[in-house]
Design a protein around this ligand. Structure first.
Ligand SMILES: Nc1ncnc2c1ncn2[C@@H]1O[C@H](COP(=O)(O)OP(=O)(O)O)[C@@H](O)[C@H]1O
Ligand SMILES: [Mg+2]
Length: 384
């Protein structure tokens, strides 16, 4: 007797990402997916069922998981709202993913529907930017070289590169945490727009976007962000919709742009929790006119840089009156868009982002890590 391979979600039990995926599985007539909690993956000692197909979900939005990943780095100063600790978070995530991949390799018939190496690149905005640029995908020009050590160095390098308006992004950040839109006025005045709140020498995420206009405060913020790594790129003048800055989140499943949502905001960052709102896709298409296909196509080109990932969520920054798109980032877990159905006429019409991935799984080759590169067998003798 054989049974269909069991889908298992590596995720945070009860989180919307997990329940929405389970709902999509039920809608597709599949059995309820099992859940392997991130907490177990991080603590070790978990077991993978033979034959399991493992979908990897975001470890985010779980206090215990977050604390395990970066709590030690922040010590007594840990708080879920803290911005710092990204480097530790990243080290913990990538180590856990490598462990998971190894456990999958050792489980008969089990398969990982994700590539830890590609996730690791997507969660390092500097590496992801380099990979996209090398592949000829349009991206905002970035400050090359090492991550700046702090404000003094950043200021000097921006001046010599002639960059007056830039986005600073924590290398391992997401959800706009720690993102700073920085501009220098004609007389060198500084303005930093960010949701970061500087309090008692610590950085906290807030839901309010604020402006720092003093160089001392901006320097303090940058000096606290820099140790975790910063990606610095030109601030793209994004196209607007109804007088709000706008960008696109394009979900690419199995190489095809299946879902597109316009995000608009009165702030330079469009992330929805910071007051951004879903915009009007028809209006964006009309504004782009004949150039429209280029925007989802840019996202598909970005996705070719991550060929072993089942889905990527690409932030496309529209510019030049919606006629050009630059890739702002590629998200490994960029598919939490409840209620959004796929583009008409495409492979995901009528399906949400999760349904689209399940459909792709049933029809196409499974995603996942490439075959393990050959490693020489470890020495068995006593001689070293
Ligand atoms: N180079 C840029 N120019 C203009 N806006 C940008 C740029 N990069 C990012 N943004 C805006 O800032 C927001 C957050 O940046 P993003 O790179 O997506 O980081 P996160 O991982 O925190 O979402 C995006 O919604 C986007 O609209
Ligand atoms: Mg983003």
């Amino acid at each position: 007797m054989t049974s269909a391979p069991r889908l298992t979600v590596v995720g945070n039990p009860g989180h919307r990402r997990v329940t929405l995926f389970a709902a999509a599985a039920r809608a597709a007539g599949l059995p309820e997916p099992a859940v392997l909690p991130w907490l177990d993956v991080l603590r070790g000692g978990y077991r993978i069922a033979p034959g399991a197909l493992l979908r990897v979900e975001s470890p985010g939005e779980d206090g215990t998981v977050d604390r395990l990943l970066r709590g030690a780095a922040l010590g007594a100063g840990y708080a879920p709202t803290r911005v710092e600790g990204g480097a530790a978070w990243y080290a913990g995530l990538t180590a856990a993913l490598d462990g998971l991949a190894e456990a999958v390799r050792q489980t008969p018939g089990a398969r990982l529907l994700a590539d830890p190496a590609e996730i690791a690149v997507m969660f390092d905005k500097r590496r992801a930017h380099r990979r996209l640029a090398a592949a000829g995908v349009p991206v905002p020009p970035a400050l090359g070289g090492e991550s700046p050590s702090g404000w003094a160095e950043l200021k000097e390098r921006l001046a010599s590169a002639g960059l007056r308006r830039v986005f600073l992004k924590p290398a391992h950040g997401s959800s706009a945490a720690g993102v700073v839109a920085l501009e220098f006025g004609p007389r060198g005045q500084v303005q930093a727009t960010t949701s970061v709140e500087l309090a008692d020498g610590q950085l906290h995420n807030s839901l309010r976007v604020r402006r720092y206009r003093s160089e001392a405060e901006t320097a303090a913020v940058v000096d606290l962000l820099a140790p975790d790594g910063l990606h610095v790129e030109q601030w793209v003048p994004k196209s607007a919709q109804r007088e709000h800055a706008a960008d696109l989140r394009v979900v690419v499943v199995a190489g095809r742009a299946t879902h597109v949502v316009v995000r608009t905001s009165r702030h330079p960052m469009t992330n929805l929790h910071l007051g951004g709102a879903r915009g009007d896709l028809a209006l964006a298409r009309a504004a782009a006119g004949p150039a429209w296909p280029e925007l989802p196509a840019v996202a598909e080109r970005a996705a070719t840089c991550f060929p072993h990932s089942p889905m990527v969520g690409v932030d496309v920054l529209p510019t030049a009156g919606w006629r050009r798109g630059l890739v702002g980032e590629v998200n490994a877990f960029g598919d939490l868009l409840p209620g959004l159905t796929g583009l008409a006429g495409g492979p995901a019409e009528g399906l949400d982002t999760y349904g689209a991935q399940l459909a792709a799984l049933q029809t196409g080759p499974p995603p996942g890590p490439p075959p393990h590169p050959h490693r020489p067998a470890p020495p068995t003798g006593a001689a070293r």
